[in-house]
Design a protein around this ligand. Sequence first.
Ligand code: BGC
Ligand code: BGC
Length: 600
Amino acid sequence: MKLLLSILVCFFTLSLSQPKEKNVDSRVEALLKQMTLDEKIGQMTQVDYDAIKNHVDDIAKYSIGSILWGGNSEPPSVTPQGWADVYDSFQKYSQNSRLKIPIIFGIDAVHGHNNVNGAVIFPHNVGLGATRNSALVAKVAEVTSLEIKGTGIQWDFAPCVAVARNERWGRTYESYGEDPELVKTLGAAYVKGMQGENLSDKTSTLACVKHFLGDGGTTNGKDQGNTECDEVTLRKIHMPGYVEAIKAGAKSIMVSYNSWNGVKMHGNKYLLTDVLKKELGFKGFLVSDWAAIDQLDKDYKTTIEKSINAGLDMIMIPNGPGQENNYIEFITLLKQLVKEKKVPISRIDDAVRRVLSVKYDMNISENLYADKNLTTQIGSAQHREVGREAVRQSLVLLKNDNNVLPLSKNLKKIYVAGNGADSVGMLCGGWTIDWQGNTSRAISGGTSILQAIKNTVSRETQIIYSADGSMADSTGVAVVVVGEEPYAEMFGDRSDLSLSKSDAELIDRLKSKGIQVVVILISGRPLLINASLEKSTAFVAAWLPGTEGQGIADVLFGDFNFVGKLPHTWPKTMEQIPINVGDANYAPLFPYGFGLTYKK
Ligand code: BGC
Ligand code: BGC
């Protein structure tokens, strides 16, 4: 038996280093033939770092195929090197398994490599939607990909091609906008930028298009809710992003928590297998969302049966030993299901083929460890420049009375106020360092708007900062930075999108001093701003711009013009929402595509 094993190992090692000309398919088939059921199931298992970090021997023991860094999982040190070190050590454990199949690591780098302190944080997708610039989005993805690879990680849970149709939804900012055309164009550009010319390139990262299907269309914008519409509408609004991403070469797709007409997507065989894999010809693999299969049934074994038979190829599991529905239970139960013929072995083989094909395409086994050359480029000046450009192009000018903008760099006095003025964390929003974002943890290398203004004006200009505007008198101009505090996913669901009372009062107070008030709104979506818009002299929608706040000053002081256009219809009232371009009764505050510019 031992001898047989070592012959097999020898044979496999040979097969891994077969000449490249041998196509991926035949290499995958050769490998598949050698795999036991346990090893196959291991490749379908994705475990969160936190669940396995104290059980690292399980990586080889169960031939775990993938590990993810969830929004709140992080290595002991969150610097680029800290991430790369943990990646390397985990990849090393995978090499203790019989077949030495490398792990593919996934992370939510949804606006830059956002969990890594020191990485460039780009505008969230809503801001990229405002740029209307697919070449720029591809560039953003390319830089993000390089920074991800600098930590060894090969897989990005992005782009999110949700078409956010109701701004109550807390994930509106993860969507490029309300129009399927815009979403599909920018989503495909992102996939191309992320995956590069070839998935095996050192700087290429596997994209994961999410969340299939209809996440942005739920009733009342409820996160993980129910999307109620007929199939024609579902396909017309929510599907184009996937069709285009597949054409662009996307090789992984994440399934959505939401239901369609009451049926949970994770159990929807028709959409996952018949439509996505067969009709659209998707050749990559489908990964489930975070513990999302658990919602299919009270009984874990039943959820596994339903989801794998529906077409899921890899299951994302946040729980480890001692917790319920953990990865060991998953492996044990799926094995039973195969033995009981409730999940056909052909389904397992299909899933494993899909996963292995991508691993071979990416040539992971020959680039096992993080490329230190890339690690040192994380957060470079060159990368920040791309972020700054993205910020400039994402700004939408909604009002500019008396041409108060652009501001002169030689003004005598500028008051800077608002809770967002001196907070890089607020500019970044959710999915930054922590899942829910952060205004207290330091974000290395970022530039706040206050700092950006200081960097821009002449030496003679006096900058007077107080968050509550208390120091303003009746001369000069005030720049007020207000808006939403960070949130992610369901924590951002709102039934009232009014600008907060304290923000509105701050604008009132400054206005009552008789000075010109320039409002910069930091938000993941349009907010109800009517009265404050009246009181402001100029009003800029800056979305969630990320670390490169200097891009805002570049445009405020006229070094660059405004080019951003609204990616969402701007509503007047809550009752109007959902309001989207093309609606029959369309009377918004500002229409989709609106955006002023400086006159030349
Ligand atoms: C989110 C996904 C994300 C995953 C992993 C889920 O809660 O819906 O967008 O990729 O967690 O962090
Ligand atoms: C994780 C996220 C995940 C979320 C799902 C959090 O604890 O860190 O990655 O998206 O749970 O609800």
